[in-house]
Design a protein around this ligand. Structure first.
Ligand SMILES: [Zn+2]
Ligand SMILES: [Zn+2]
Length: 639
C-alpha cells in the first residue's frame, strides 16, 4: 500500500500500482477534461502512469502554462501522424511545444505548400475525432532502435544514439510511435482548438551543414475563442514584422552581398538609433555612470585570461596582425577590467560604474539569424559596476530602478526571472549565497514578484533577467544583471579598504536595453512603425500644393530645422493624393499641406497620424507643440 496525498487536499492509502487517474478519483479530485496530467512530488506524469510510492499529487489543468504545453506537444504528435499518413516516405525529426504553439520538422522531397496545411489539418481533425489514447511504453534502447530502423527514421536513430540511459520511453497513438519523454494528454480527443500556422525551412539541429528540413508550425488552445484571439494577434504580428517595416520605412537592410546577420542602417534608421543612444547616454550620466570605450579587438592572451577562450571560443572571431593573434570582442568586459586596473583604487572611489555603447561580434550559425533580433554584429548598452561587497544590493536596486524607468517610457510591461547556481559552476558556496541573497533582497526591496529558474545562472554567478512584453504580449529578453566572481579574481582587481588592506571588489555586468539592434526590432513592432514624436526620424512632412508656396514651405522648414525638429519637404512632381498616401505609409506624426490660403495667413493646417486636423495654427504655436512632444520623456534618475 502507498500513501497518496492530494496537494492542498485529503490523503488516502491506496494499492501500489494504482494509476494517477484512479488516485484522483479515490481522492475525489476534479477529473474533468480540463485535467490533462499530474505533478507527483514535482514530476510531471501522464494520468495513466502508475504510482509505486508515497507522493503528493497535484492535477495539471490545460488552463495552466504546463498543461497547455502538454496539450500542444500532444498536438505535434498528432500532426506528425497526419503527415506520415498523407506523405508516405516522410522522415520525422523533432516536434516540441514552443512559446505560443508547437512545430514538427520533417524531411520531405518537396517543401509543403499552404494547400498541404489544409489537408494535414483535416487529417488531424480526424485523428482527434477518433479520440485515440496516447500510450506510453518503456523499452530497452535496442528495441527502440529496431523500431525506428525498420521505419528508416534516421533522425530518431541519431537522437537515440545520444541518450545514455538503457531504457527509453516511446509514445504511441494510432499508427504513430515517437521517441518522447512525455507526458501527454490521455487521448487525442483532449486536443481542443488547433490550427497550423506556417511552414519554413529549418536545418537539422540549426546547423547549416546538416540537411534542410521542412518545419510546420501550429498552435492549440483550450477553447475556440482563445485560438481565434491568438490568430488575430499573429496576423497583427505579420503586419508589424520589423523586417518588412524596416524596408518600407527606410530604416535598415540586411544584404546577402554584405554577409548574413550584418545590419546596414539607412539614414532614418541611423537617426532613430542615434536618438536612442543620446537618450541612453543622458540617462547613464544622470545615474552616476562614466562613459568608456574599448578597442574592437584585443590580444588573444587577454581572452585567455578572462576565460573567454576556454568558454566562449566558438562564438568568437580572430585575426592576425604582425604575427600576433587578436580576438574581436564578443563582450565589452575585458577593456573595462583594464581601466579599473590602471591604478590603485580606494574604497572611497567605489562604486565605479563604467558604461559603454559597445559593439560586439559573435558567431551565430547562419541558420538561426533573424532580422534584427538575431544578428552577428550588435551594440549593447553595457556597463560593469565594481563596488564593495556591502554596496552590491544598493547597486542592484539602482539598476532595477533604471530598467523600470526606461520600460515605462517605451510603454513596455515586464516579467522578472531570477536564475540560480547551475551544477557546473565556480565560486564558493558562501559567494553564491551572498550574491543570490543580494539579488533576492533587491527584488524584495522593489516589491517585485519573480519567477525562479533553478540552476540557470551563468557558471560565474547568479543573475536577474527582465523580459519585456510588447504591445502584442510577446516576451523579449532585454535587461540582465549578473553577479560575477571570476573576472575580479582573474584580473586580480583590488581596492584599498578603510583598514589599509587590499580587498577584492564585487562586480556586476548589466545591460538595460540589451542589444540595440534587437531592441530596435522590438520597438518597430511594438509601435507598428508609428513612433512617438520624440523617436520619429521624420516628425513633420510639408506638402506644398503649388509652386507659388515653395518659398513659404522653405521658410517653415528652415524655422523647424533651426529648432532641431526633423522635417522633410515633399516637392516631387506627384499628385497630392499620392504624397499624402506615402506620408501615411511612412507613419510620419504630422503632415502639413500648404496652399495659398496658409501662405497668405502665415498659418498651418497640420494633420495628425490618426486623422485629426488642426486648423489655422500660427507657425510659432505649432513649433511650441512639436518641441513639447519632442522632449525625451523625463525619468527619475538617481545615483
Ligand atoms: Zn513528444
Ligand atoms: Zn560584461
Amino acid at each position: 500500500m502507498i500513501k497518496v496525498k492530494l496537494d492542498r487536499g485529503p490523503a488516502a492509502t491506496l494499492k501500489e500500482g494504482v494509476t494517477v487517474a484512479q488516485a484522483f478519483q479515490a481522492l475525489d479530485a476534479d477529473t474533468d477534461r480540463h485535467v490533462v496530467a499530474a505533478r507527483a512530488d514535482g514530476e510531471l506524469l501522464d494520468l495513466a502512469r502508475t504510482l509505486t510510492r508515497d507522493c503528493t499529487l497535484a492535477p495539471v489543468s490545460v488552463d495552466s502554462p504546463e498543461g497547455l504545453e502538454i496539450m500542444r506537444h500532444s498536438a505535434s504528435h498528432v500532426m506528425a501522424e497526419a503527415v506520415r499518413d498523407l506523405f508516405p516516405g516522410v522522415k520525422v525529426a523533432i516536434g516540441p511545444a514552443i512559446e505560443s504553439g508547437f512545430y514538427y520538422d520533417f524531411e520531405v522531397p518537396e517543401p509543403f505548400t499552404p494547400d498541404d496545411l489544409g489537408r494535414i489539418e483535416a487529417r488531424m481533425a480526424d485523428i482527434v475525432g477518433r479520440d485515440l489514447p496516447f500510450e506510453r511504453g518503456q523499452v530497452p534502447k535496442d528495441e527502440a532502435t529496431e523500431i525506428f530502423r525498420k521505419d528508416g527514421e534516421v533522425y530518431k536513430l541519431e537522437l537515440l544514439g545520444e541518450i545514455p540511459d538503457q531504457q527509453v520511453s516511446l509514445y504511441r497513438q494510432g499508427s504513430f510511435v515517437d521517441l518522447c519523454r512525455g507526458p501527454h494528454v490521455p487521448s487525442t480527443g483532449y486536443i481542443r482548438a488547433f490550427k497550423l500556422t506556417g511552414i519554413s525551412g529549418a536545418y537539422w539541429r540549426g546547423d547549416e551543414r546538416r540537411p534542410m528540413l521542412q518545419r510546420i508550425y501550429g498552435t492549440a488552445f483550450p477553447t475556440q475563442e482563445e485560438l481565434e484571439r491568438h490568430l488575430e494577434l499573429l496576423e497583427e504580428a505579420k503586419r508589424r514584422d520589423h523586417r518588412r517595416l524596416g524596408r518600407e520605412l527606410g530604416l535598415f537592410s540586411l544584404e546577402e552581398e554584405a554577409g548574413p546577420g550584418l545590419v546596414i542602417y539607412h539614414p532614418k534608421g541611423a537617426l532613430l538609433r542615434s536618438i536612442i543612444e543620446d537618450f541612453e547616454r543622458r540617462e547613464h550620466f544622470k545615474r552616476g555612470y562614466q562613459m568608456v570605450m574599448g578597442p574592437q579587438m584585443l590580444r588573444v592572451e587577454l581572452w585567455e585570461r578572462s576565460g573567454h577562450l576556454a568558454n566562449y571560443r566558438d562564438h568568437m572571431y580572430f585575426t592576425e596582425v604582425e604575427g600576433q593573434t587578436y580576438g574581436i570582442k564578443p563582450m565589452n568586459c575585458v577593456a573595462h577590467m583594464l581601466i579599473y586596473k590602471s591604478r590603485i583604487r580606494s574604497y572611497r572611489e567605489l562604486p565605479l560604474r563604467y558604461f559603454e555603447l559597445g559593439t560586439v561580434l559573435r558567431h551565430e550559425r547562419s541558420g538561426v539569424l533573424h532580422g534584427l533580433t538575431r544578428v552577428r554584429q550588435f551594440t549593447q548598452d553595457d556597463a560593469h559596476i565594481l563596488c564593495t561587497p556591502e554596496q552590491v544590493e544598493a547597486e542592484i536596486v539602482g539598476v532595477l530602478d533604471f530598467v523600470f524607468d526606461v520600460m515605462a517610457i517605451f510603454g513596455f510591461a515586464y516579467e522578472v526571472e531570477l536564475s540560480t547556481r547551475p551544477e557546473k559552476s565556480i565560486g564558493s558556496d558562501e559567494e553564491w549565497d551572498r550574491a543570490t541573497t543580494a539579488l533576492t533582497n533587491a527584488l524584495a526591496a522593489k516589491n517585485l514578484s519573480y519567477h525562479v529558474c533553478h540552476g540557470e545562472g551563468a557558471f560565474y554567478g547568479p543573475k536577474i533577467d527582465i523580459k519585456l512584453k510588447d504591445a502584442l504580449a510577446r516576451r523579449w529578453q532585454c535587461a540582465t544583471i549578473q553577479c560575477d566572481f571570476t573576472l575580479p579574481e582573474r584580473f586580480d582587481l583590488t581596492y584599498v579598504g578603510p583598514d589599509g588592506e587590499r580587498h577584492r571588489p564585487a562586480m556586476l555586468h548589466r545591460v538595460i536595453l540589451g542589444s540595440l539592434e534587437r531592441f530596435l526590432g522590438v520597438l518597430v513592432e511594438h509601435y507598428a512603425g508609428a513612433f512617438p514624436v520624440w523617436l520619429a526620424p521624420v516628425q513633420v512632412v510639408l506638402l506644398p500644393i503649388t509652386d507659388r508656396v515653395h518659398d513659404y514651405a522653405e521658410e517653415v522648414a528652415q524655422a523647424l530645422r533651426a529648432a532641431a525638429l526633423r522635417v522633410e519637404v515633399d516637392n516631387r512632381p506627384e499628385t497630392l493624393r499620392y504624397k499624402i498616401r506615402e506620408a501615411q505609409v511612412q507613419k510620419i506624426p504630422y503632415m502639413v499641406v500648404l496652399g495659398d490660403r496658409e501662405a497668405a495667413s502665415r498659418t498651418l493646417a497640420p494633420r495628425l497620424r490618426d486623422g485629426t486636423e488642426l486648423k489655422d495654427i500660427p507657425l510659432e504655436a505649432f513649433m511650441a507643440r512639436l518641441l513639447e512632444e519632442s522632449r525625451i520623456p523625463a525619468t527619475t534618475g538617481h545615483s
